[in-house]
Design a protein around this ligand. Structure first.
Ligand SMILES: C[S@@+](CC[C@H](N)C(=O)[O-])C[C@H]1O[C@@H](n2cnc3c(N)ncnc32)[C@H](O)[C@@H]1O
Length: 514
């Protein structure tokens, strides 16, 4: 398989492992109610890392709409991978090579470690949808092949984002964007059928009032020729025997045709004097529709739809290029069930959160969303504000918690940051030990969970010394399994540790860096 290479790749391929683990701090003031929905302000590289102990392998559907790298720096956000934050980050990670990087190299450097983290957050039966245009489409496809594997490529959808031509376009007026879709594991991913639309149902307008419901006339001929399909059908109204045209055949056998006649399933035209057609009943067709790869604006909205929706809620020109809610709902209909978790780590105006709430209202679902937005001027005043107003305006039942990225877990002296709570630390320890997420319902006192016949304990209180002493032995569960206990200090001798099957791990030195 051809491999993707660019200047700066070496510096970023494993960079996701070096990103410090940060704590999340909830801000009550900017939140709406208590909810598992999250809007996080911060660079998604750090935010995704912070989410990992809680959500690794749990996200069913990721939608991202990263900067397209069109070169537009005058937008509310920077579309050229040149915002001060990303420039600083690139300088730090890529170092001296930065000057040699072309704009595509920079974009790939920005995307690669972030998409790697996104893959880890996806559930085994989940999928990622990525919006892009011609500038980076080919690079994005190669990058996703590299990270997800080309076998997990599902399709490249065309979204008709404009319907009228722009006459000032130099060569062609762009009418579409792409949405690349990859599954984490293609064999485990199931797409939903889309609901039949009124437009699709409108041809089913005939009714015999015999309880069989609406039907439409359908072709009786089939393309592949078979001798057994050549016979005559007698029109009962005229007595005329009707054969298929020369070289073609009926799609059923003579035997079946007799049965269809008895069941009154042939239609011989308005006056009953014509050639046979088949009555295709609405109740017989699939109750859903297989999604297609071209998404027309009439179906899912266009650029201006997104702008109008945002204008209505937050005002004019607060954000460039918001996607239409109906576009994201279309994705959610294909890729989520009612209780799934949805993630958008380039959240912009928060369309994905809005779409989740709207679909939940429509189908009584309980999907949850996590949004991440980096720009200081966008996260609170546009992303969170838009969702807050949408909740009020459309009477959505759920809310969201607004979070800031807080300090790294390890401070500059390598100690555990002293604002870190027991729950946060336990979640981190459990994840680094087991690569799975803690079950808060199982946490009890210092016991934080069990995995592969090993029990985990954490002795930790902020700003105090945390000691494993004889007293603690009474708190251990009476089981034979290995017990891994994290604490600052251990006062037990080796024999006692062995007798109780204890492995002591000293905080902070033996806390794994994730
Ligand atoms: C194309 S816009 C997304 C628009 C969004 N789909 C909507 O409907 O409003 C891309 C967004 O990603 C944000 N962004 C860019 N780099 C980011 C990063 N490293 N972390 C988080 N957000 C980032 C930008 O600030 C911008 O708001």
């Amino acid at each position: 398989m051809p491999t993707l290479n660019w200047i700066g790749k070496d510096a970023v391929v494993n960079h996701d492992k070096e990103v410090p683990f940060r704590l999340l701090k909830k801000e009550k003031f900017s939140s709406v109610g208590n909810s598992q929905n999250l809007v996080i302000h911060g660079d998604n590289l750090e935010a995704l890392k912070a989410l990992m102990p809680f959500y690794a392998g749990k996200v069913k559907c990721i939608y991202i709409d990263p900067p397209y790298n069109t070169g537009n720096e005058g937008w509310v956000y920077n579309d050229k991978v040149n915002s001060p934050k990303i420039r600083k980050w690139l300088g730090k990670v890529v170092g001296r090579d930065l000057e040699d990087l072309c704009r595509h190299d920079k974009w790939l450097c920005m995307m690669y470690p972030r998409v790697k983290l996104l893959k880890d957050l996806l559930s085994d039966d989940g999928a990622i949808f990525v919006s892009i245009d011609d500038v980076e489409q080919s690079n994005l496809r190669a990058l996703l092949d590299d990270i997800f594997g080309e076998d997990n490529f599902i399709t490249n959808v065309i979204w008709e984002k404009n319907y009228s031509p722009r006459n000032d376009a130099k060569y062609f007026s762009a009418s579409h964007d792409f949405i690349l879709i990859y599954a984490k594991s293609k064999s485990k991913w199931n797409r939903n059928l889309l609901l039949r639309t009124e437009k699709q149902n409108k041809y089913y307008k005939f009714d015999d009032n015999d309880g069989r419901g609406l039907w439409r006339p359908d072709n009786v001929l089939v393309k592949t020729f078979s001798e057994s399909g050549v016979f005559g059908i007698k029109n009962p109204n005229t007595g005329e025997t009707l054969y298929p045209p020369r070289g073609s055949c009926y799609r059923f056998s003579a035997e079946r045709a007799k049965q269809l006649l008895v069941e009154n399933k042939f239609y011989f035209g308005k006056d009953g004097m014509g050639k046979p057609q088949l009555k295709r009943y609405l109740s017989e067709v699939k109750q859903g529709v297989v999604p297609q790869t071209i998404w027309r604006y009439e179906e899912v909205g266009h650029n201006q739809t997104g702008k109008n929706e945002l204008n209505k809620l937050v005002g004019m020109n607060v954000f460039d290029s918001p996607k239409p809610v109906s576009l994201i709902k279309h994705i959610l209909q294909i890729a989520t069930d009612k209780n799934d978790l949805v993630l958008d780590s380039f959240a912009g105006s928060g369309t994905t959160g809005h779409a989740v709430l709207d679909l939940n209202k429509e189908d009584s679902g309980d999907r949850k969303f996590i949004l991440v937005e980096m720009e200081d001027s966008v996260a609170k005043d546009v992303t969170a504000q838009r969702i807050k107003r949408a909740i009020k305006q459309y009477d959505y039942k759920d809310g969201f918690e607004y979070c800031e990225l807080s300090k790294p877990l390890f401070d500059e002296k390598g100690q555990i940051e002293n604002t870190c709570s027991f729950d946060q630390f336990a979640t981190y320890i459990y994840f680094t030990e087991t690569q799975t997420n803690i079950d808060p319902a199982k946490v009890s006192g210092n016991y934080i969970g069990e995995y592969a016949e090993t029990e985990y304990y954490l002795i930790y209180k902020e700003k105090s010394e945390n000691v494993l002493s004889k007293l603690f032995l009474k708190m251990l569960r009476k089981t034979d399994g290995v017990k891994v206990i994290y604490a600052d200090k251990c006062l037990l001798d080796d024999d006692t540790l062995e007798k109780h099957n204890i492995i002591f791990k000293q905080i902070p030195y033996e806390v794994k860096i994730y």
